[in-house]
Design a protein around this ligand. Structure first.
Ligand code: NAP
Length: 295
């Protein structure tokens, strides 16, 4: 039976280490600016933004939410981002996606100052990750790598399969694993014989958005499985729902060496890493040296 990788406990530890950066409080200068954008009317986005704000405050930083109505023009949103770019009280900016269809998401992200881009979505940060320069890395994949290194130590030479090639999870995940010297395969909807591809992997990262797609008999015995998926499906009781991942936990946990549960695995890591990235941004923006590996 697989060991359970407890993302909730790891995220709490990460937050506690971030909380140790007392200068942030004493000098009261580090702020996380959250720009809800017009995504603020999407119920799931509202929950994410609220939780991010709450946890930012709990960590001793300030949080500003700019909740804009869905019919906000792109120009108005860009003006808010530009104001935050030059606000010395703000060290981290995130625009909650998805934006409404009348906005160009890439243009909005490209307007964020890359040194305040704590979500790591700006092309400058994408390029920094790809070329091994220090920048900001998207929170969910960085959280996954933290869990993997905590569990496995060195990842060097391991075969990793990432299922999914989105800009926010799959692609940065593959880059991070490559940087850890894994041999990386990126699978997607056109991949032929996915179970056979997955069966080669020491590390499987599933970021697909399809409930319980990856089955236990797809896995190499002892593989480490990171399930990024968050899918709401009908529960056993009428009218109730429950969350499941992209991995069929029941069968996968019979074969894997270790596995993240859903909920309680990758999910809690995302906001914890966002706070970590903001603390890093604050130190860099203030020109203070700081052991970034300690967070
Ligand atoms: P996305 O943008 O929809 O990308 C999904 C990827 O899965 C695409 O690359 C797609 O391939 C691939 N795919 C779809 N069907 C497939 C199939 N049958 N076989 C193989 N690959 C398939 O999704 P995302 O934003 O990366 O998110 C993925 C999942 O992670 C979702 O469940 C999301 O809710 C969850 N998520 C969780 C967190 C967290 O904090 N834990 C954060 C972000 C996302 P193509 O490119 O070929 O279409």
């Amino acid at each position: 039976m697989a060991q359970i990788i407890d993302g909730k406990a790891f995220a709490e530890g990460l937050r506690a280490r971030g909380d140790g950066c007392r200068w942030l409080r004493s000098e009261d200068r580090t702020q996380a600016g959250t720009c809800g954008g017009a995504g603020g009317e999407d119920p799931a986005s509202q929950v994410y933004v609220r939780n991010k704000g709450k946890q930012t405050l709990a960590c001793g930083m300030a949080s500003f939410e700019h909740k804009l109505p869905a019919d906000t023009s792109e120009e108005e949103l860009l003006a808010v981002v530009e104001r935050l770019n030059t606000d010395p009280a703000v060290d981290g900016i995130l625009v909650q996606l998805p934006l409404p269809s009348h906005m160009n998401e890439q243009k909005v992200i490209a307007t964020i100052n890359p040194d305040k881009d704590v979500d790591g979505f700006h092309v400058v940060n994408v390029g920094r990750l790809a070329t091994g320069l220090p920048g900001f890395v998207p929170c969910t994949p960085l959280g996954c790598v933290m869990l993997l290194k905590d569990r496995l130590g060195s990842l060097s030479g391991l075969d990793a399969v990432v299922i999914g090639r989105s800009n926010i999870v799959g692609k940065p995940m593959a880059q991070l694993l490559l940087a850890e010297s894994c041999t990386v395969t990126v699978a997607h909807s056109r991949t032929r014989d996915l179970p056979e591809v997955v069966r080669r992997a020491d590390i499987v990262v599933a970021a697909v958005g399809r409930p319980e797609m990856v089955k236990g008999d797809w896995l190499k015995p002892g593989a480490t499985v990171i399930d990024v998926g968050i899918n709401r499906v009908p529960g056993s009781e009428e009218g109730k729902t429950r969350l499941v991942g992209d991995v069929d936990f029941a069968s996968a946990s019979e074969v894997a060496g270790a596995i993240t549960p859903v909920p309680g695995g990758v999910g809690p890591m995302t906001i914890a890493v966002l706070l970590r990235n903001t603390i890093v941004a604050a130190h860099r923006n203030a020109g203070l040296s700081f052991d970034e590996g300690s967070l």
